[in-house]
Design a protein around this ligand. Structure first.
Ligand SMILES: *[C@@H]1O[C@H](CO)[C@@H](O)[C@H](O)[C@H]1NC(C)=O
Ligand SMILES: *[C@@H]1O[C@H](CO)[C@@H](O)[C@H](O)[C@H]1NC(C)=O
Length: 415
C-alpha cells in the first residue's frame, strides 16, 4: 500500500511539468525577452558541437565503435580559442554524469565550463558520451526503439564504452596516457573499467573524481531515499510498461525547459525544485538565468537499468555487479549474489574531490571509497559548506572553488 506513495509523488511531479508548459505559453509569446534571453534560449537548443563553435572554440566530432556494437559520439576541443599553435598538448578525457552528456562540460560558457577552462590552460580536451544519451543512440544492428538496445547499466558504460573511447583517443593523439576527469556516474564507470579490465590502469596517468560515486548507502537525496527501497517493484513496473529508457529527452523536455525556467516566470521555483529534486541545489551558486540551457540538455537519456543498478547499490550498501535475481545471477556470475567489483585492481593515481552538502556523494561514502582504493593519493573537500552535487559542473564559482585546484594537480602529470 505505502509502496505506491513515492511513485505517486513522482508521477505528480511529471504531470506538473506538462501543466507548466501550458502556463508558460503566454509569457513565451509576449515580447519581453532581452538579448540575453534569446541567446540563452538559443543555447538551450544548440547541440554540444554548435555551442562550442558559437563561443569561438574549435570542436571536432569523432565516432567510436564499441566491442558490442554501440556507436558513440565524442566531442573534442583540441585547443583554446586563441591558441592554435601546432604543438603537442597534454590530453584529458572527460566523462559526464547520469542523465547527461558532453554538454555538461560546456553549458556554462567559456571561463566557467570545465572543458573551456582546460582548453584555455593548454589541454587537448576529449569528451565522452555514454551509450543511450543524446549523442550515442546508434548501434550497428539494434535501434533505440527496441528493448534490447537498452539492456545495459553503468556496468557496460565502464566495461565497453570507456575502453573504446580511451583507446580511440590514444590512437588518434599518439600519447601514451591521458588524464581522466569524471563527474558522478563518470567516476562510477571508471571504477568499473579499472577494476574489471586492469590493463586500462596503464592508459591513465591520473584520475580526478568530481563527486565520486561507488558506495551510496548514505545518500541524502529525499527522492532517492523515498524511491530507493522500492527498486525491485519499480523494475517490475518498468518491465510491465516497457519503459527501457529513463526520461527520454525530446522536444517536449526542451520546451518545458524553455517555458518553465525563464527568469521572472512564476513557474521558475517549481522548475528549480524539479530538476534539482534528485541532486539538491545550492541557491547561491545556481545561475538561474542559465536554467533553460541546463533543462534543454538534461536529461540526455539513460536506461532504466542504470537507475535500477544505482537503486541496488543504495539498498545493498555495496559496490556490486548488476543483480539479475538469484537464479540468473547463478548462471551469469556463478553465485546467488552479484559479486563486488574488485577495487584492489585499481592502480591509477586517484584524486577525490567531494563536498559536505553533496546529497549523492556524501563525505562518509567517499571516505569509505578512499580507504578501499589503494591508489587514492589525494582527497579534497570543497571549501564551501553549501556546495552540492551539481555545483561541480554548474556552480557560478566552480572555477575558483574546484577547477583551480584541479589544474594545479593536473600540471604534475603533464608530460
Ligand atoms: C548568469 O548567466 C547569464 C547568462 O549567461 C550571464 O550573463 C551572467 O553573468 C551569469 N551570472 C553570474 C553571476 O555568473
Ligand atoms: C564568483 O563568480 C563571480 C561571477 O563570475 C565573480 O564576480 C566573483 O568574484 C566570484 N567569487 C569568488 C569567491 O571567486
Amino acid at each position: 500500500m505505502y509502496s505506491s506513495i513515492p511513485i505517486l509523488i513522482f508521477t505528480f511531479c511529471l504531470l506538473c511539468i506538462s501543466k507548466s508548459q501550458v502556463y508558460g505559453n503566454e509569457l513565451f509569446e509576449n515580447d519581453l525577452f532581452s538579448r540575453t534571453h534569446s541567446s540563452v534560449l538559443e543555447d538551450a537548443r544548440l547541440d554540444t558541437f554548435s555551442l562550442i563553435r558559437k563561443y569561438g572554440y574549435p570542436c571536432e566530432i569523432h565516432r567510436v565503435y564499441t566491442e558490442d556494437g554501440y556507436i558513440l559520439e565524442m566531442h573534442r576541443v583540441p585547443h583554446g580559442a586563441h591558441d592554435d599553435r601546432n604543438e603537442p598538448r597534454p590530453v584529458v578525457f572527460l566523462q559526464h554524469g547520469l542523465l547527461s552528456s558532453s554538454a555538461e562540460w560546456i553549458l556554462m560558457k567559456p571561463g566557467k565550463g570545465l572543458a573551456y577552462v582546460l582548453a584555455d590552460h593548454g589541454y587537448d580536451v576529449w569528451m565522452g558520451n555514454a551509450r543511450g544519451n543524446t549523442y550515442s543512440r546508434r548501434h550497428i544492428s539494434m535501434k533505440p526503439t527496441s528493448s534490447s538496445f537498452w539492456k545495459f547499466s553503468w556496468h557496460e558504460i565502464g566495461y565497453y564504452d570507456l575502453p573504446a573511447m580511451i583507446d580511440y583517443v590514444l590512437r588518434e593523439t599518439g600519447v601514451a596516457k591521458v588524464q581522466y576527469i569524471g563527474f558522478s556516474q563518470g567516476t562510477t564507470a571508471f571504477w568499473v573499467m579499472t577494476s574489471s579490465r586492469p590493463e586500462y590502469n596503464d592508459k591513465i596517468s591520473a584520475m580526478h573524481a568530481l563527486a565520486p560515486v561507488a558506495y551510496i548507502p548514505n545518500i541524502k537525496s529525499p527522492l532517492i531515499k523515498a524511491i530507493g527501497p522500492f527498486t525491485n517493484s519499480l523494475e517490475v513496473i518498468f518491465k510491465l510498461i516497457g519503459a527501457d529508457e529513463f526520461l527520454p529527452n525530446g522536444k517536449m523536455n526542451e520546451l518545458a525547459g524553455q517555458k518553465m525556467c525563464i527568469e521572472e516566470a512564476l513557474t521558475q521555483v517549481l522548475c528549480t525544485n524539479l530538476l534539482f529534486l534528485i541532486c539538491g541545489y545550492n541557491i547561491d551558486q545556481l545561475n538561474k538565468t542559465m536554467l533553460p540551457v541546463v533543462m534543454g540538455h538534461t536529461p540526455a537519456g539513460a536506461s532504466t537499468r542504470q537507475m535500477i543498478h544505482f537503486g541496488q547499490s543504495y539498498n545493498s550498501g555495496e559496490f556490486r555487479h548488476f543483480d539479475h535475481g538469484w537464479l540468473k545471477n547463478k548462471l551469469i556470475y556463478g553465485s546467488f549474489k552479484p559479486p563486488a567489483y574488485n577495487l584492489n585492481a585499481i592502480r591509477t593515481p586517484i584524486f577525490l574531490h567531494y563536498a559536505d552538502n553533496d546529497w549523492l556523494s556524501t563525505p562518509k561514502d567517499v571516505d569509505r571509497l578512499s580507504k578501499d582504493i589503494k591508489s587514492v593519493v589525494g582527497k579534497f573537500r570543497v571549501a564551501m559548506p553549501e556546495f552540492n552535487h551539481l555545483d561541480f559542473v554548474f556552480a557560478i564559482n566552480a572555477t575558483e572553488i574546484v577547477y583551480h585546484r584541479l589544474l594545479n594537480i593536473m600540471q604534475v602529470f603533464d608530460q
